[in-house]
Design a protein around this ligand. Structure first.
Ligand SMILES: Cc1cc2nc3c(=O)[nH]c(=O)nc-3n(C[C@H](O)[C@H](O)[C@H](O)COP(=O)(O)OP(=O)(O)OC[C@H]3O[C@@H](n4cnc5c(N)ncnc54)[C@H](O)[C@@H]3O)c2cc1C
Length: 265
């Protein structure tokens, strides 16, 4: 039933070889999504390739204008990192809001961003902070990365290695969490990048998206009052047992104002 070969390579090169040799292989990060998916019989990989033994995918570094975080860094380590807290406190806050202690200690940045669950938190940070996704093959700009529900620009066997987050002048994340899982019913990250304001929304649509009308208003006046009178079109938003599209549209505005206020606007 759970028949698969388990591999624990020590280099990205080895992962590529294993992926190339096994059509039905799957990468395993913390297993927070992949293992439940297998338990529900929604995935039956022939091989699980565990990234946990690859040093090159671990660690957080201060690169001057940016913070680089390895794909296998768990959410708890992002939340507690001195480098992240000093350089991008909004990102540390966001990581600390994910799930519960168990999820934060197993779930990884790479797994979350490769999976692109519409309700996950990190996509708002990747898009809002204008991050760069570094894979074994190329660098992908945040604006080109999220392509649909559980869909990204990653190719079939492409390995997400790290993400580089530019340090903003100021930023904050506000979310309305599902009370059980803590996934975002709606989450909004607002960043004054020093080169324009970015507003990224997660939880509300098929994947994270930017709210350009809000960005324009905040570029004029970085204050929550600048958002008064703006609305979000609910037509394309998610509607499910947790919230209707109209309620999500309302929450986007509320979370955006909270984020702007928390960022000092
Ligand atoms: C109870 C619960 C509550 C949660 N609450 C939240 C929440 O509040 N907010 C939130 O954002 N998330 C939440 N999550 C999601 C969680 O934080 C994990 O980030 C997410 O499940 C991915 O898990 P993982 O990192 O263990 O990856 P895995 O489950 O191991 O992998 C997920 C997918 O990504 C692929 N993958 C993994 N790493 C890479 C890589 N480096 N390159 C390419 N592909 C890769 C795998 O093949 C797989 O398809 C929750 C999860 C659970 C179980």
């Amino acid at each position: 039933m759970y028949e698969f070969n388990y591999h624990r390579p020590t280099s990205v090169e080895e992962v590529k070889q294993l992926m190339g040799a096994n059509d039905e292989a799957k990468i395993l990060a913390g297993g927070m999504t992949l293992l439940p998916t297998m338990k529900m019989r929604l995935a039956q990989p022939s091989d699980l390739i565990d990234l946990g033994g690859i040093d090159a995918l671990a660690g957080i570094s201060d690169d001057g204008d940016a913070v680089s975080i390895g794909a296998m860094v768990c959410h708890a380590d992002v939340a507690a990192s001195d480098v992240v807290v000093a350089g991008i406190p909004a990102l540390a806050d966001l990581a600390g809001m994910i799930g519960d202690a168990q999820v934060r200690n197993r779930g990884t940045l790479g797994g979350a961003v490769a999976n692109s669950d519409p309700a996950s938190d990190y996509p708002a940070a990747v898009l809002g902070l204008n991050a760069t996704i570094v894979t074994d093959q190329r660098q992908i700009a945040a604006d080109d990365y999220f392509t649909g529900m559980f869909e990204t620009a990653l190719g079939e066997n492409e390995i997400l290695q790290s993400i580089s987050f530019p340090k903003p002048a100021r930023a904050a994340y506000a979310k309305f969490p599902n009370p059980a899982s803590r996934y975002a019913v709606v989450g909004v990250l607002v960043a004054d990048t020093g080169n324009g304001v970015r507003v990224a929304v997660t939880g509300a649509g098929a994947c994270a998206f930017r709210a350009t009308e809000m960005e324009n208003a905040l570029n004029e006046n970085f204050s929550s009052s600048a958002l008064d009178g703006l609305t979000i079109d609910a037509t394309e938003l998610n509607s499910d047992m947790h919230a209707s599209a109209e309620y999500r549209a309302h929450l986007v505005m509320v979370m955006a104002k909270r984020a702007v206020a928390a960022a000092g606007g």
